[in-house]
Design a protein around this ligand. Structure first.
Ligand SMILES: [Zn+2]
Length: 261
């Protein structure tokens, strides 16, 4: 009898190993949507972007694992990025949208898997009324809200920015001196973006940050103003904001003299 227990235990090892293999196998089958569905993933921080850190941090092919909805920019601040229904578009200063190559690098982005928690059909609202309406319907409870507004727009004013070269200027100076604006009229399309609550602080762009893409996916940009004739607002409440910190170049003056490296 004394030998029976070890033998029986040993006999269970294959079952245990099979169970472990199954568990590992199951782990591999978790879809990105299931893993990241309620999370907004942000690449880099808004202060880093504002300071001119436009070096790409992640390839488009990897970014789309974290969501099918989002916005951002490209390496060197080369245009506005829109992620809509799983495809990443780049909008250049000509206002035209084209699908971005999968190996394009992204220095800053916010993305999530979009599953609306609330939707509102609206008519005849401009940007100011949109914000007032949303403050009432979707009060700031400290969560990030992914926002999608689709419909017919009598006007959308958008901008994009040209590619920068190093040493990179600050985002404020690029926007002030180099942004190019376009006004799209009587167009069907979608506003895509996020509301970031004040409680998040400066890590992310505060308030509403929206990009635009036409239904034929030929034009868009960072939204400066809009007038919606009729459409639908959809909101995906996101209680988790995950920030992947950027890898920045070391200070050009190196470590302080006399201090250990
Ligand atoms: Zn933007």
């Amino acid at each position: 009898m004394n030998f029976a227990l070890p033998i029986r235990t040993f006999a269970l090892y294959p079952l245990v190993l099979a169970g472990l293999a199954l568990a590992i196998g199951c782990g591999r089958t978790i879809s990105p949507r299931a893993q990241w569905g309620e999370v907004v993933t942000q690449i880099s921080t808004y202060p880093a972007l504002s300071d001119g850190h436009y070096q790409g941090q992640i390839a488009v092919s990897n970014l789309v694992a974290f969501g099918d909805h989002g916005l951002g920019t490209f390496d060197g601040l080369d245009g506005e990025m829109v992620l809509h229904e799983g495809t990443v578009y780049r909008v250049g200063v000509d206002g035209r949208a084209v699908a971005a190559p999968l190996d394009a690098l992204v220095p800053f982005a916010q993305v999530t898997w979009f599953t609306p928690d609330a939707m509102y059909d609206v008519m005849a609202i401009d940007q100011k009324l949109f914000r007032t309406t949303m403050a009432w319907k979707q009060p700031d409870i400290g969560h990030v809200q992914a926002i999608r507004v689709s419909g017919i727009f009598s006007e959308v004013r958008v901008r994009s920015v040209p590619r920068q070269s190093e040493p990179y200027p600050s985002l404020d100076s690029v926007v002030a001196d180099q942004q190019v604006e376009h006004t799209l009229r009587n167009v069907r399309g979608t506003l895509i973006g996020f509301f970031t609550p004040t409680a998040v602080g400066s890590v992310a762009p505060g308030g509403y940050h929206l990009h635009f893409l036409t239904n034929d996916r030929s034009a868009g940009g960072h939204v400066l103003d809009f007038k919606l004739t009729a459409g639908r607002i959809e909101v995906d409440d996101s209680p988790e904001l995950r920030t992947l910190l950027p890898t920045l170049p070391p200070p050009s003056d190196g470590p302080p003299v006399g201090k250990p490296r």
